[in-house]
Design a protein. Sequence first.
Length: 408
Amino acid sequence: MKKLLLLVIPAFIFAQNLKSLIEYAQLRSDLVVAKTLNKDAQSKNIDSKESAYLPTIDVGGYYQSLQDKTATQAGDIYSGYAKVGFDIYDGGKKSSLLEEARYSYRASEHDVKEIRKSLALEITEDFYMVKNLQASLRAKEDAGKSLQEQLERIKKYFEAKLATKDDIDRLQAASDTNIYDIESLKLDILATIKSLELKVGKKIETLDDSNFKESIDESLENRDAINSLMAKESALISSSKSIESAYYPQIRVEDTYSLYGYDRADALHPKGLDNQNKILLSANMRLFDFGTISKSKEAVQINAQALKSEISYMLKEQKMQQEIALFRIQTSKVKIKSALSALTAASSAFKTINEKYKAGIVDYVIYLDALTSKTKADALYESSLNELETAYAMYYYYSGKNLTEYIK
């Protein structure tokens, strides 16, 4: 049993399929963590706005010492007090601020969902880009083997006076160019994998094959980025209400209980009260402020209108991108058929020409042209398959779906 676990655990650890990478990133990525922390902060903001409905309790004290005592007042007075206050009416300010905080929290929830979904799409694009580059690399390496074999063969012919130096030079140039392309592809693969590691948040060893379900449902759900903007627009509207509340009466009641102590008291400077309870009911209303509050409200409302326009644009853009992604899926399927047909023909042609080249029936120009066509066809077919997977990912993303639910 232990031996079985030792065999299974490493396979689990090093399995780097697309779904596992996305799920890991959606929990551990620094970008997700940042948005999650912002959501937690908005939650605390709601708590603080709810607490504002409760009474306030203050404690304090003071000490007063007069060098020249005032008549009827002791020279030293010290006091401590406790005060309980409660807002009876605030013009709806607290309720508007609480409403604003709740909308801001809702926006932060959508921000977390959006960063997870957009990160999933970016990871998918990098994932299949690596696959494309690796396919090109394999095709170039296969071509390199063929070129090396023919180069060794033509060198032997040259030694036997059956080939010219020009034949060797042509093949050597093609081989060196192929090596140059291979090294360039290795660099591109490394750079793309590093980009993928940054998005995922961990080191990536190998990438397993992954595919998306072929499910076309043209229903469209708003992207979370749009839902976030809608919530932010509502938050701004609530904010404008809280600003307007300053024009309404502000009524507050306070109960203060104080204790007093005295020093340097005499008949002319008697002690005062030992304790006192004071209830204060206050009312305040803003009558005129040169338009300060109304202009502040207008500024917030204009920002809300700006968000509404941005939301309208993003809704149109999402619909457009969904339509493009659907067309991308359809064209990718056609391209796969075409690429497969081209690969079949190029492979067959190369096999024939390779035999003829070995027999000396065709020259190196025809051979190199056939080899190039096969190499390109190999890479093109693999790229067309990966392009279809990317197209599905883009379609699901712009349909407002969660990508991981559609990975096989």
